[in-house]
Design a binder for this molecule. Structure first.
Ligand SMILES: Nc1ncnc2c1ncn2[C@@H]1O[C@H](COP(=O)(O)OP(=O)(O)OP(=O)(O)O)[C@@H](O)[C@H]1O
Ligand SMILES: [Mg+2]
Length: 304
């Protein structure tokens, strides 16, 4: 199993099980109250868990979509997968090895491109923040965040890899441009290239196209499907777009809120390439919408 995650419990504010003297979390409204369920109840003075008893396994190259109401904990789960949040009870194993912190084997694309404004497109792609001791897929020793010096003999190889990625995302001509000269769609293409630069086995995407117009979004969905195939990368995609989930995933997890947990799994048994206009996609999209509606119905809010 390439990825094996179990988040027993995740709270904000009171670093659960870690013994930190955190401030109380957001007080929130009525939303998160009263349904800690089997996770052990809400101890006095501690905020309720945001995630409870989430198990997730992923085979190499498998593509998973996460859908669920706003605030149910999708981004929190993705941050845990990315190694950006280790304040939780549970574990994340990558190829059997416990993960602590960001890894070269995991690439991330957020809703906004998060590019460095003072670096060119090419430099942004090559900017590598992950520690060198990651998961051994890369070559040679590398300082975190190092931009290659021109005398470095490995520069050619890295530069070549970055340029090839820029070609793959359709931006070869813009390698020397600065982020402010890019459209939203172009900037997100750079973010994709950067996420793939470390040759990750797992690509995490948090609503990567939701800020883009419909046409650009479709182009980028097709690009992600092609890139994931080409690079044999597993995907975890958070999305609010049910069609996007059906087009890109092999399996869709429907999450519920308070605490965030997996309510349903919907397989997407369609071969690639998948066509937006096809009856099979439309049928699965409708089924997934019904599942999502049922999962989000008030009756579910307090079920176990
Ligand atoms: N840093 C934080 N401190 C305290 N509470 C937080 C923090 N980050 C998120 N939360 C809370 O955790 C819950 C889950 O948030 P999260 O961002 O994971 O939801 P989401 O499913 O990604 O929502 P959306 O679909 O709107 O992006 C929310 O109730 C949110 O208010
Ligand atoms: Mg989110």
């Amino acid at each position: 199993m390439m990825l094996d995650l179990h988040v027993h419990r995740k709270r904000f504010g009171a670093a659960a099980g870690v013994g930190s003297a955190g401030r109380p979390g957001r007080q929130g409204g009525a939303g998160g109250e009263g349904s800690a369920g089997r996770a052990g109840g809400v101890a006095q003075g501690r905020p309720p868990p945001v995630l409870a008893d989430i198990r997730l396994q992923l085979a190499p190259g498998e593509r998973l979509a996460l859908v669920g109401a706003s605030g149910c904990g999708k981004s929190t789960l993705l941050r845990i997968l990315a190694g950006l949040d280790d304040q939780f009870e549970g574990r994340v194993l990558l190829n059997g090895v416990p993960q602590h912190g960001p890894s070269r084997a995991v690439g991330v694309v957020f809703q906004e491109p998060r590019l460095f404004p003072w670096l060119t497109v090419l430099e942004n792609v090559m900017f590598d923040l992950t520690p060198t001791w990651g998961n051994g897929r890369g070559s040679g020793a590398r300082r975190p965040g190092s931009i290659p010096a021109t005398t470095d003999p490995r520069v050619d190889d890295r530069m070549h890899r970055a340029i090839t990625l820029l070609e793959e995302v359709g931006l070869a001509d813009l390698r020397d441009a600065l982020p402010r000269q890019l459209s939203g769609g172009q900037a997100q293409r750079v973010a994709l290239a950067r996420a793939l630069y470390t040759q990750p086995q797992l690509l995490l995407l948090d609503e990567p196209f939701s800020a883009l117009d419909a046409f650009t979004r479709m182009k980028l969905q097709d690009l992600v499907a092609a890139l994931a195939r080409q690079h044999a990368t597993a995907l975890v995609l958070v999305t609010h777009d049910v069609e996007e989930a059906v087009l890109l995933a092999d399996r869709v997890l429907v999450m519920g809120a308070a605490p965030g947990r997996v309510l349903r799994q919907v397989p997407v048994p369609l071969r690639a390439p998948r066509h937006r206009g096809s009856a099979a996609v439309a049928d699965l999209r409708a089924e997934l919408l019904r599942t999502l509606e049922a999962a989000m119905a008030p009756a579910h809010a307090h079920s176990a």
